[in-house]
Every structure is written in structure tokens, then in C-alpha cells.
Design a protein around this ligand. Sequence first.
Ligand code: GSH
Length: 204
Amino acid sequence: MLKLHHLRVGRSVFTIWLLEELGAAYEMDFYDRNEAGRAPPELKKAHPLGKSPVIEDDGFVLAESGAIALYLLDKFDSENKLGPPTDDIKAKAEWMQWLMYSEASAFAPMLIKLLLSRTDPKPPVFDGFAAGEVALQLGYLEDRLEGREFVMGDRFSVPDIGATYIAQMAQRLGEIEPYPNLQAYLARNMARPAWQRAMEKTGG
Ligand SMILES: N[C@@H](CCC(=O)N[C@@H](CS)C(=O)NCC(=O)O)C(=O)O
């Protein structure tokens, strides 16, 4: 059976959410962060980077949320409920852009902001960069969600999982307040039964 290596608390819960959306059969190994908030060394037995999520499927090991998501779609989404549009290469490319966006452009400024929240005094160069970039990325998502229920329109699909991760980070960092579309989007996605099941299975 497919196994997910899940580090508490972190982005692998979003892979669990996808597995739940897909109705996939899977098992989990759980890991807890150390006092410094880092992954324990045992996770390196699953994958050399020692990060989570990592999946194992019949001896095949795969890291990176986006790549894992595409593999899970190929394996479990035969009706293409959560995958890209298939009849228009531009719509498909746009879907890919949103899939990659959360781990690429959006994540780095959020991580800098998170690290700064644990730093005192804050180096002005980093502080200024993070403030501007977080506003740029969250403003971009906010504009994208104007008149749209999900990032690709009226259909929930895999890029919404990463975008929800960014929205949740924004909320945890106290940055979401100026963005009403993003707040409503986060609430809407976290009300989904599959998200609720992921919360129950991981303890939140
Ligand atoms: N780009 C990777 C990032 C993986 C990653 O950094 N995961 C974090 C959890 S949110 C982690 O394992 N951190 C533990 C550490 O670096 O010690 C992905 O999308 O899966």
C-alpha cells in the first residue's frame, strides 16, 4: 500500500488532504519535529533530504509536493476530477503555473517572514524584502480569486491545495486580514469533508 511520511506540523497534511479528496488507500508514518522545529534524522531513512512529504509506493520513493500530486493524479484520478484541463494547452499550462506557484514564487517570502517572526532584532534588509514580497504574493492571489471560487475558476483542483497552504501560512503569520477573497477561500476549502478527514487523521 502507498505510504506517506508525514511530519507534524507541516505541509504534508496537504498531501493527506489530496489523498482524501481522491479516496485513495494509503498508510502513514508519523514524525515529530525536534526542539529547533526541524525534522528528526529518521526522516532521512525515507529520503536523503529528510523533508516531508515523501511517498513510497512499492519501493518507488518520491519527494516534492507538486511531483507527488501529479503522481497521485495519474494513479488515482482516472476520471480527471482534480487534474488539469486536457482540451486546451494554454489552460493546461495555466493550471501548471498555479500548481508550481505555491512552492515557487509564493513560498520563499512566507518562509522568510516565518523565520523573521522568530528573530529579534529583525535585519532590516530581510524585513523590508519580506514585507514587500508577502504583500505582492498575497495581493496576486487576492486578485486571482476576485470573482472565482477556486484558482482555476469554479472547479476545485490540485493547485488549490498549494494555494490553500499559502493562505493558511498567511493566516498563521497574521498577514491575511487585508485579503477578504483569500480569507473566504481558506474558509471554503477548510470546510471540505476531505480536509476535515485529513485533520482527524493527523490530529490537526
Ligand atoms: N519543496 C518541498 C519542501 C519540503 C519541506 O521543506 N518540508 C518541510 C515541512 S513543511 C520539512 O520537511 N522541514 C523539515 C526540515 O527542514 O527540517 C515540497 O514541496 O515538498
